[in-house]
Design a protein around this ligand. Structure first.
Ligand SMILES: Nc1ncnc2c1ncn2[C@@H]1O[C@H](COP(=O)(O)OP(=O)(O)OP(=O)(O)O)[C@@H](O)[C@H]1O
Length: 560
């Protein structure tokens, strides 16, 4: 089955397919050459009464064909594997390029992992095994039928019908297989997504005593996957059985037709042997097609997932060419409106000017739009209306690198990498010296924490800093941001996991270390914004009040 969308998705794959198909046709040609030569050897032996000497050249030819065929097979495997790897690489690059442009909140990690890993692996087999073999099937059986027909018309006709049935009959089940396969893929990606989520949240689930319920849910989905896989296998088996029947019956009937020709005197006896050998070569590519189909159909079923990922619209389009970071930390929002896709929530008509070096607290109840404002400032999303300027220039005018050197946002739940602490801290400044790193860590009140780790700054963190507490991860992310040269820092509730004493200590040090920079402090607690020059209160996505000095922040329920 040729899927047009899959060919479009893969881009420059036709060359690979044709090259591998060429090798397949060459191998089949050698098989056919072998069969014809073997037939001629038998014919000579029958004619010359077993005189081996007269068959010597043909025997040498047979040996040569066998050797060359062995070499081609040996070369084809690594070449196919390499070409398959390059197809996978290209597809994964396209997928990842698209994924990085889509905000994390708008994609499902489990589905993405299943598609990028299993789906693309399945496609490799589809492109480098199934499709080349399909080309071979279009060429070789027809050619072999022709070769047989010139020797025995009846045998040729039988082979033609049997080959057509063996190739075309399974196509009756293709639509059903694909429908089932797509359903199976949906269950598979759902299971992947649920599994990844459950694994990440084990402590939370345990705390809520919900592990049993989640395990039951996973078991139900897994059972659905098993059932769907078995249905798929059943259909597939029927398809294979029909094809195999046509194949074996065709071979037998072709030989019977040739033998009938021998009995009627239309065909010479050795020709019946050649027909038998050629019939084998007629069906070999068809048989191989069945095998490669099963290897490659996973890719076919993943097409919806791939399509979904590749057609996700990036939240921002990078077209800016201003390669220098903002010279000053001025921020200007003019009539900025951003609504989340398919929703009316977000922020509306925000206008705000922040002078370079100012510290502004952004406060407001949960859901009022504070984090959305932070996302707009780092250009994670673009406003549908209005403009965000930093250093006098619209954010879209900067290149991504210049922008990331102009504004650094520290989110409430920052991401740490499974690298060493030092490498994590150097994210924005790869050339930071040891003393600069230590200074930033001291400012963020995390130096002692790092020192208590087994290898200090050279300790490799667990995935997402798993061996650290929420507050320690926040402080490491803060130290990382402090090391960046960006003139604008946006701290989005970065002290939410700290006790009030630690928060005050951290904020005192941060304010002292960022006098030259513009700092936007998003906070729920008054203690986080005592140093602010100004405050802005959001409500329902709008600025509802502003004032000088530190704001009086209503503590959220339960935080008092
Ligand atoms: N990915 C999203 N898709 C749809 N709506 C969203 C998304 N993220 C946030 N929202 C909605 O946008 C509004 C503003 O959310 P935002 O996260 O900016 O609020 P917040 O003030 O930072 O809240 P909190 O203090 O609880 O972190 C809310 O109504 C929220 O439900």
């Amino acid at each position: 089955m040729v899927h047009r969308r899959l060919l479009q998705l893969a881009g420059a794959v036709p060359g690979v397919i044709l090259a591998l198909a060429g090798v397949g046709v060459l191998l089949s040609a050698m098989h056919v050459g072998f069969a014809l030569t073997a037939g001629s050897v038998i014919a000579t032996l029958v004619r010359d009464d077993g005189d081996l000497a007269s068959t010597l050249p043909a025997l040498v030819a047979l040996a040569a064909i066998a050797v060359v065929r062995g070499v081609v097979v040996a070369v084809r495997e690594p070449v196919a594997t390499r070409l398959g790897a390059s197809v996978r690489l290209r597809l994964r690059r396209r997928l990842l390029a698209r994924l990085v442009a889509v905000p994390a909140a708008e994609r499902d990690a489990g589905e993405v992992a299943a598609t990028v890993i299993d789906g693309v692996d399945g496609l490799d087999a589809y492109y480098t095994r199934y499709l080349p073999q399909l080309v071979v099937v279009l060429v070789v059986p027809a050619a072999v039928v022709g070769l047989v027909a010139v020797r025995s018309t009846a045998a040729g006709a039988v082979l033609a019908v049997a080959a057509a049935v063996a190739v075309l009959a399974p196509r009756v089940w293709d639509a059903r297989l694909l429908r089932n396969g797509r359903r199976r893929w949906d269950v598979f990606t759902r299971l992947s997504a649920d599994f990844v989520e459950a694994l990440q949240q084990v402590p939370l689930l345990r705390a809520f005593g919900a592990t049993g319920r989640v395990a039951d849910r996973l078991a139900t989905t897994a059972e659905g996957l098993r059932r769907s896989t078995m249905t798929q296998l059943r259909v597939s088996l029927v398809e294979t059985a029909v094809s195999a029947l046509a194949l074996h019956l065709g071979t037998a009937l072709a030989v019977v037709a040739a033998l009938h020709g021998v009995l009627t005197g239309d065909v010479r006896a050795p020709v019946a042997v050649t027909v038998l050998l050629l019939a084998r070569e007629c069906f070999r590519p068809v048989q191989d097609l069945g095998t490669t189909w099963h290897a490659g159909y996973l890719g076919l079923t993943a097409v919806d997932g791939l399509d979904r990922l590749l057609s996700m619209r990036p939240s921002v389009v990078e077209a800016g060419d201003h390669a220098a970071p903002a010279a000053t930390g001025t921020i200007e929002l003019t009539g900025v409106t951003y609504r989340y896709p398919g929703s009316t929530t977000g922020v509306r008509d925000l206008s705000l000017r922040v002078a370079a070096g100012e510290t502004v607290a952004v406060v407001g109840p949960s859901g009022s739009g504070k984090s959305t404002l932070a996302r707009l400032l780092e250009r994670d999303v673009d406003p549908q209306q209005g403009v965000v300027r930093v250093g006098g220039l619209g954010l879209p005018d900067y290149t991504p690198t210049a922008r990331s050197r102009s504004v650094v946002v520290v989110p409430q739940d920052p991401t740490l990498f499974a690298w060493t602490v030092r490498e994590n801290l150097r994210l924005y400044r790869p050339d930071a010296t040891g003393s600069q790193i230590e200074q930033a860590a001291r400012t963020a009140d995390v130096h002692e924490v790092v020192q208590s780790l087994p290898d200090g700054y050279d300790t490799v963190l667990a995935e997402d800093g798993g061996q650290l507490s929420g507050g320690q991860r926040q402080r490491l992310a803060l130290a990382r941001a402090l090391l960046s040269p960006a003139p604008v820092l946006v701290l989005d509730e970065i002290t939410s996991a700290l006790d009030v004493g630690t928060e005050r200590r951290v904020m005192d040090a941060v304010v002292a270390a960022t006098r030259e920079r513009t700092v936007i402090v998003v906070a729920h607690r008054e203690s986080a914004c005592t140093h602010a020059d100004r405050w802005v209160r959001l409500q329902d996505g709008r600025i509802v009040a502003t004032g000088d000095g530190a704001p009086v922040v209503e503590a959220p329920a339960g935080a008092r």
